[in-house]
Design a protein around this ligand. Structure first.
Ligand code: DUC
Ligand code: ZN
Ligand code: ZN
Length: 468
């Protein structure tokens, strides 16, 4: 299949210019003015922006009781052409077997390309010994949880250090969920004993200090292991500042935040009639001061990428009602893979907080670099996959769950006004979405193999360069 996209304004993380794009066999082969290649199809993109397809490096399909890969059409209509899922591990199941099992669930189901992070949920020596083999199956990142003590998710500091010491020798990017488990457990018990059971106590029992302490500890562990670190879903100013400080001191410590930490504050958790449960995710939503600080962080480059942390709990709001009378039983997670484009563009670019280049950087380019998929993904460049989003900047709309393909019964962003629309979305040159409708073939998404020594290791590559 040969396609020519004509006259769009190509926007990359560093540039913007009007040009034509020639696509052959799913790859961008030429970019230039007035291309006249013989093709099967010409797409007129006059007046539209052309972005690289989004790379959402933080999604859940199956973990935390979330919906599966057959719902990834939502990613496509939201302009995201690659998702990176956290593959859950069951106790006594080897890490690589767990990832392959998760991959088999995506096969013939995923509507967009997909890749995986490992999650260590059974921290023991035999599992750590598998870390060096992860790149053989195309996995180059690993998440460990400092929260959830008493469950299989939890890793203590010793386990995290052990994993870091092995990971750094093989270029595996270490990720942590940084919340102090003991602070949370003690506060959860206290509030429940006091009869405080509403969803807003999800926030009060996971206060900023729990995230700050764990983030600073994770940084100390990374420094002592001399291992790069990527702190996922940073939700507070203080954690971001600690990461920024370490980074500015020359340590390879980096941060991700997520769309809801930029757009929803704690007030949503306090909604009456148990509505607040719709917004339960971890870390929790934060007071407005933190949202403002995180926007400054993305603007100034202290935060590398914005993921959705899409986690559409199976059963939706009904499932969340399991926590009526006990906020600790509300399943964690919010849907959002479809909305990342609209929110980041509208709240970021249209409100003057970030430039168009910064938008592309956060939405596609840096996530691809962090996970080791760049430059195949995340850029409009010769040789890259033709994952292309043609964007109509004039469109005005309102987020409504009825228009969403998340396959859940509510949207945390219901009623949000947005600008711009993914008019056409191409995955490796094939049209998969058009104006909010999925028009591709289900199951056409392919497992993309991530390369080790990705962005968080650049510092070490520089150190290894010969001195002149
Ligand atoms: N961490 C995540 O990354 N997502 C859902 C819940 C959690 O604890
Ligand atoms: Zn997490
Ligand atoms: Zn997550």
């Amino acid at each position: 299949m040969k396609t020519l996209i004509k006259n769009g304004k190509i926007i990359t993380s560093v540039n913007e210019y009007i040009a034509d794009i020639y696509i052959e066999d799913g790859i961008i082969k030429e970019i230039g003015k007035d291309l006249s290649n013989t093709v099967d199809e010409i797409v007129d993109a006059t007046g539209k922006y052309i972005f690289p397809g989004g790379v959402d490096e933080h999604v859940h399909y199956g973990s935390f009781g979330s919906k599966l890969f057959n719902t990834t059409d939502a990613a496509a209509v939201g302009g995201t052409t690659t998702i990176v899922d956290f593959a859950p591990q069951d106790k006594d199941v080897p890490l690589i077997e767990a990832i392959k099992k998760q991959a088999s669930k995506a096969e013939n189901q995923a509507c967009v390309d997909y890749a995986f992070h490992g999650i260590i949920m059974d921290p023991k020596d035999s599992v750590f010994e598998e870390i060096p083999k992860l790149p053989e199956i195309g996995v180059a990142s690993l998440k460990l949880f400092m929260a959830y003590k008493g469950t299989s998710f939890y890793s203590d500091d010793e386990s995290i250090l052990k994993a870091m010491n092995i990971a750094k020798k093989h270029g595996i990017t270490m990720m942590v969920h940084a919340e102090n488990a003991d602070i949370i457990n003690v506060l959860q018990k206290k509030y429940l004993e006091e009869g405080c059971t509403d969803p807003v106590y999800h926030y009060y029992s996971r206060p900023p200090i729990a995230e700050q302490e764990a983030t600073e500890r994770a940084i100390s562990l990374a420094k002592s292991a001399d291992c790069p670190l990527y702190v996922v879903h940073v939700s507070i100013k203080e954690a971001m500042e600690s990461i920024r400080k370490a980074n500015q001191e020359g340590w390879p410590i980096f941060a991700e935040t997520c769309t809801h930490y930029l757009t929803l504050n704690t007030d949503y958790l306090a909604k009456p009639n148990f509505e607040g449960a719709k917004y339960v995710c971890a870390p929790p939503l934060r007071p407005q001061m933190h949202l403002d600080a995180l926007w400054e962080g993305v603007q100034k480059g202290w935060i590398q990428a914005v993921g959705s942390d899409h986690c559409a709990v199976d059963g939706g709001f009904e499932a969340k009602k399991r926590g009526i009378g006990d906020f600790t039983k509300i399943p964690n997670g919010c849907p959002g893979v479809q909305d990342r484009l609209a929110l980041l563009w509208t709240k970021g670019v249209c409100e003057g907080k970030i430039t168009r280049q910064k938008f592309v950087e956060l939405f596609a380019t840096q996530p691809a670099k962090v996970v080791g998929l760049y430059p195949q993904k995340g850029d409009i460049a010769i040789g890259s996959d033709a994952d292309i989003l043609i964007f109509d900047p004039e469109y005005k709309g309102v987020i409504r769950n009825v228009d969403s393909l998340h396959d859940t019964d509510y949207s945390p962003f219901e009623g949000f006004e947005f600008r711009g629309l993914a008019e056409k979305v191409f995955l490796r040159g094939e049209l998969i979405a058009e104006k909010g409708k999925f028009v591709g073939k289900r199951g056409k998404g392919k497992w993309q193999k991530c390369k080790p020594y990705a962005l968080c290791y650049d510092y070490y590559k520089e150190k290894a360069l010969p001195k002149h």
